[in-house]
Design a protein around this ligand. Structure first.
Ligand code: SAM
Length: 300
C-alpha cells in the first residue's frame, strides 16, 4: 500500500550484503506448494499473530533489497525522519541527546541510532527482523561502531520500566503492527517521566490515494476512514505482508490513552531540490499532499 519497501525487481547487491550469513528461516517462508487460488492482495481483517509473523518474514526476506536500494539516502550514520529527508540534526525533535539513553524502534539497520551515537547518546536499536539487524552489524563493522541491537516486537518491549530517556522511530513498526495502541503503552512504560516519544509514519491521508508516485497518485480512490488492513497473501490465504492504517484522530487518541501529551505534529514539506522517488513518495505528490507525519510526545 503506502509502503517504504524496496523495488525488488531491480536491486543490485551492495558491497558486503551478499557476505552476510542467512537469517533463520521463518515459518511463512517455508512450503510454497499450495494452490494459487487465494494469492493476491486483499483488504481484510488479520489476526495479530498472522500480521506479526508476516511482518517478520517479509522484512527478513527483503532487508537486503531495502538496504541496497535505500542505503545511500539513509546514510550509514544519518538520521532522516522519512523520504522528504528531514534530518534530526536540523529538526531537533528529540532535543538534547548527549548522555541520554535512547530506544530506537523498528530501527532497520540502525542508521539513526548510529547518528545519535556520534552525538554522545547511548542508543539501543530494536527491530522485529533479524536480517535488518544483521545489516546494522555489517555497517558497524565498517565504521568501527557498536550499536546494541535487540530483536523483538515493539508491542512487547523486553525492557524494565522507566529505563530510557528518549524513544523514537522513523517509519518503523507502527505502520506494520496490528497493535499501535500497545506500542504506545509499552513505550510509555519503558520511558522515564519527562521522556520524549517521537515517531514518524506514513501520513494517514496517503491511505485515500493509490500508492503511485505519478499524477495517478493524486486522485482519491479509497475511503480515508476505512481502517481495514492492507494484506498481501499467498496461495493458502496466509498473509505475507500487512499494513495497518489509523486516521490522524485515532493516532492522537492512541497517544493520549497511553498517557502521553502531544506537543507537536510535524508534516515535512517536500524540498524543491529533492528529485528522488521512493515507492509512492515523489516530487510530484510531495508538492501537493503530505507524505509523512511526525508526532512529538512527552511522557509527563
Ligand atoms: C520502513 S522500515 C524502517 C527502518 C528504519 N527505521 C529506516 O528508516 O530505514 C520498517 C522497519 O520496521 C520493522 N518492524 C515492522 N514491524 C515491527 C514490529 N512489530 N516491531 C518492531 N519492528 C518492526 C521492520 O522490520 C523494518 O525494519
Amino acid at each position: 500500500m503506502n509502503d517504504l519497501r524496496a523495488d525488488a525487481s531491480d536491486t543490485p547487491d551492495s558491497p558486503g550484503i551478499s557476505d552476510l550469513p542467512d537469517p533463520p528461516q521463518s515459518s511463512s517462508a517455508a512450503g510454497h506448494d499450495a494452490a494459487e487460488d487465494e494469492a493476491g492482495v486483499a483488504r481484510r481483517e488479520v489476526g495479530a499473530a498472522e500480521s506479526v509473523r508476516a511482518g517478520r518474514s517479509w522484512w527478513d526476506d527483503n532487508a537486503d533489497e531495502y538496504q541496497a536500494e535505500h542505503g545511500d539516502f539513509l546514510g550509514d550514520a544519518r538520521f532522516v525522519w522519512g523520504p522528504e529527508g528531514l534530518d534530526e540534526q536540523q529538526a531537533g525533535l528529540l532535543g538534547d541527546v548527549a548522555g541520554r539513553t535512547v530506544l530506537e524502534i523498528g530501527a532497520g539497520a540502525a542508521q539513526c541510532s548510529r547518528a545519535l551515537l556520534a552525538r554522545g547518546a547511548r542508543p539501543v536499536a530494536l527491530d522485529l527482523s533479524y536480517r535488518q539487524l544483521q545489516h546494522s552489524r555489517r555497517i558497524d563493522e565498517g565504521h568501527g561502531t557498536d550499536v546494541p541491537v535487540v530483536q523483538a516486537d515493539a508491542a512487547a518491549l523486553p525492557f524494565g520500566d522507566g529505563v530510557f530517556d528518549l524513544a523514537f522511530t522513523a517509519y518503523g513498526a507502527l505502520n506494520f503492527s496490528p497493535d499501535g495502541a500497545g506500542i504506545m503503552r509499552e513505550v510509555h512504560r519503558v520511558l522515564k517521566p519527562g521522556g520524549r516519544w517521537v515517531f514518524s509514519l506514513t501520513h494517514p491521508i496517503r491511505w485515500a490515494f493509490p500508492d503511485d508516485p505519478g499524477e495517478e497518485g493524486l486522485t482519491v480512490t479509497h475511503s480515508y476512514f476505512d481502517t481495514t488492513p492492507y494484506v498481501e497473501q499467498d496461495g493458502r490465504g496466509q498473509a505475507t505482508y500487512v499494513e495497518h492504517h489509523r486516521t490522524l484522530g485515532m493516532r492522537v487518541r492512541e497517544v493520549a490513552a497511553a498517557g502521553f501529551r502531544l506537543v507537536d505534529l510535524v508534516e515535512p514539506e517536500w524540498p524543491a531540490d529533492l528529485l528522488q522517488v521512493w515507492g509512492g513518495w515523489s516530487p510530484t505528490r510531495g508538492r501537493m499532499i503530505p507524505g509523512t507525519a511526525i508526532f512529538v510526545c512527552v511522557r509527563d
